[in-house]
Design a protein around this ligand. Structure first.
Ligand SMILES: Cc1cc2nc3c(=O)[nH]c(=O)nc-3n(C[C@H](O)[C@H](O)[C@H](O)COP(=O)(O)OP(=O)(O)OC[C@H]3O[C@@H](n4cnc5c(N)ncnc54)[C@H](O)[C@@H]3O)c2cc1C
Length: 385
């Protein structure tokens, strides 16, 4: 089975992980990426334990675990820092022991570079413009007029996926009702090692975690109509003013941030769908299940996709591709789509502005027993494959 070939569209976290998984299963894989260089937009990222476990199984977690920050679960706090839903250190350790891996905080650029080092063939400035599933193979055309053929095609081309449009045609992503600025503070702002936390106010949220190189990633979320996270509205000074009622560490993190590196954008997701594959073509990552970032699971679920995809394709030849992709879809759709729905629900609760609603929400969160939180997190972070 030496001559099996795959094309992966998109060199995001999903596409790179998919390529690593396919290579591991013996597929000759090329990633095509429209960008002219790998320069991921974004700041930091949390890789939850399920993703760390999947990267271990893919054989590419060493660098990520070595350089990334090993996070201690910080839980949810009110804007002023008082606890809403926080686990004790013992509970957090028990979860980590049960699931078998820590959560890792890492800069996106560090993660991309670490994954890209494991990928054999990556073609930049190669934008897919068309493809044709001919039954016995897939033919791909790129913007430069070049054609390629392969036994299978993976669409890891993000939330606005062209491949999804041809399989699902379900229109544009859904704006979630809030936008977000992100940045990286140059140090730890005096916060403890492995710090991670989220602060919920009314219509404003702030969160972050330690990442590689002693830096700290943060995100600042605001409820409002789309397009609000402009550079002008998100200057360091305006963010400091906006979050001045928050716990003092929030201001310290903003203060320690390079103002040029603050980025903003709308938060969006897609309605879950049950069909991710068609013939020799399958979707992966945000193309399959774009979700809001409220659970820190978008990239983690993409990495899980890659693991399952590679395992389903390990033992099939070119004639078994369609069945293997359908099996990948059968295994992955329920868990990924449940995560999309859960992330949306959490976002809807978190974005509340109404004072009474916020008071009820906060009361309910404080009343949630630690044992319930522990079992929810254990279920979400355990790798079920
Ligand atoms: C504010 C925020 C915070 C987040 N935090 C976390 C977190 O802490 N943890 C977590 O797990 N997830 C998080 N996520 C989600 C995570 O960022 C995404 O789920 C993940 O990056 C998706 O990866 P992907 O590879 O599927 O898509 P993308 O990263 O979008 O990559 C798609 C790639 O395809 C390329 N492409 C598109 N079209 C074509 C084409 N026609 N031809 C060739 N190339 C093409 C694009 O250039 C791009 O490089 C967060 C998201 C946001 C917005």
């Amino acid at each position: 089975m030496n001559d099996r070939s795959a094309i992966v569209v998109g060199a995001g976290i999903g596409g790179l992980s998919a390529a690593i998984a396919l290579q591991k299963s013996g597929w000759n894989t090329e990633v095509i990426e429209r960008a002219t260089r790998i320069d991921p937009v974004g700041a930091g990222l949390t890789l939850q334990p399920n993703a760390v476990l999947a990267l271990r199984r893919l054989g590419c977690s060493d660098e990520v675990e070595h350089v990334g920050a090993h996070l201690r679960f910080g839980g949810l706090r009110r804007a002023d820092g008082s606890p809403l839903s926080v686990l004790s250190a013992t509970d957090a350790e028990r979860i980590e022991e049960t699931v078998g891996a820590p959560a890792i905080g890492i800069h996106r650029a560090t993660l991309h570079a670490a994954l890209a080092r494991h990928v054999d063939q990556l073609s930049l400035a190669s934008e897919l413009t068309a493809y044709e599933d001919r039954g016995d193979l897939v033919r791909v055309t790129t913007a430069d007029g070049k054609q390629r053929e392969a036994d299978l095609l993976i669409g890891a081309d993000g939330i606005n996926s062209r491949l999804r449009a041809s399989i699902q045609n379900d229109g544009a992503p859904r704006y979630a009702g809030y936008y977000c600025w992100r940045g990286v503070a140059s140090g730890d702002a005096g916060l403890p090692k492995g710090w991670a936390a989220e602060y919920w106010g009314d219509g404003l949220r702030f969160g972050g975690c330690a990442i590689d190189d002693g830096r700290t990633y943060w995100f600042a979320v605001q409820t409002g109509p789309p397009g609000g996270a402009t550079i002008e509205a998100g200057t360091k000074d305006s963010l400091r003013a906006m979050y001045s009622g928050f716990a003092p560490e929030v201001d310290r993190l903003l203060e320690a941030t390079d103002p040029q590196a603050i980025i903003g954008g709308d938060i969006a997701d897609r309605n879950p769908v049950a069909q991710w594959s068609q013939g020799r073509v399958a979707l992966l990552g945000d193309a399959a299940h774009a979700m809001t970032p409220n659970l820190g699971q978008g990239a983690c679920q993409a990495i899980e996709d890659a693991l399952v995809l590679g395992e389903q394709l390990a033992a099939v030849d070119a004639t078994g591709v369609t069945a293997a992709l359908a099996e990948y879809q059968r295994i992955r759709v329920p868990r990924a789509n449940k995560t999309v729905r859960m992330a949306r629900r959490v976002g809807d609760v978190a974005r509340m502005q109404n004072r009474l609603g916020v008071a009820v929400r906060d009361g309910a969160l404080r009343a949630t027993p630690a044992s319930m939180l522990r079992s929810q997190l254990t279920r979400a972070w355990r790798l079920p494959y």
